[in-house]
Design a protein around this ligand. Structure first.
Ligand code: ZN
Length: 212
């Protein structure tokens, strides 16, 4: 099964990707990991990526596509894969169809208000890096790290205004992609607002429907 997972930041796509990868025995391929791995191994593509990232620029489509293409040729992808974070645009999706046609696109749908609750509640220890959540994973003492006793802070990225900007950019970019996959009848929209097990159950149902 060749799958693409789509979803806004805070939709829990990373958690679902790891769960699905373990349970279905398919590699979880994220473009972020591919970039880091290529840079670490100092491949030809990796050297190009490193230079671009050092300048603070976005990795261009043709380079991302080359990396994805290389990864999808690896032996562990014989029975399928889960792509996370790619494609983001119709040109990228067209390039992917030319390399390896996708069987199923899963769109994890979570409303903006829930995403805001999830992300604005995040607190991080500035000293040891441990992550907390005011509602779902609070520290023993409010505002203080359990591990090292240092004060907890909110990342600039997790402030409401920054999240709203990221969400709007995500929706604007992916709406045409969702419609494009919709025309091909290979997209399933899943309610991503429940617990990881609840969302996994919905995903498993969609997978079964798609198989039959
Ligand atoms: Zn700490």
């Amino acid at each position: 099964m060749k799958m693409v997972f789509l979803g806004p930041p805070g939709a829990g796509k990373g958690t679902l990707s790891s769960l699905a990868s373990k349970r279905l025995g398919l590699p979880h391929i994220s473009t972020g990991d591919l970039f880091r791995e290529a840079v670490r191994r100092e491949t030809e593509l990796g050297k190009k990526v490193k230079g671009i990232m050092a300048e603070g620029k976005l990795v261009p489509d043709e380079l991302t596509i080359a990396l994805v293409s290389e990864r999808l040729a690896a032996p562990d992808t014989a029975s399928g894969w889960i792509l996370d974070g790619f494609p983001r645009t119709i040109p990228q999706a067209e390039a992917l169809q030319a390399i390896e046609p996708v069987d199923l696109v899963v769109d994890f749908d979570v409303g903006d208000e829930l995403i805001l609750m999830r992300l604005t509640g995040r607190r991080v220890c500035g000293s040891c890096g441990k992550i907390y959540h005011v509602a779902t994973m609070p520290p023993k003492v409010e505002g203080v790290c359990d591990v090292c006793g240092k004060p907890l802070t909110t990342r600039p990225d997790d402030r409401e205004e920054a999240i709203r900007t990221r969400l709007a950019a995500y929706r604007e970019q992916t709406q045409p992609l969702i419609a494009w996959y919709g025309e091909q009848g290979i997209i399933e929209s899943i309610d991503g607002s429940g617990s990881p097990e609840t969302v996994y159950g919905l995903f498993a149902g969609a997978l079964a429907r798609h198989h039959s």
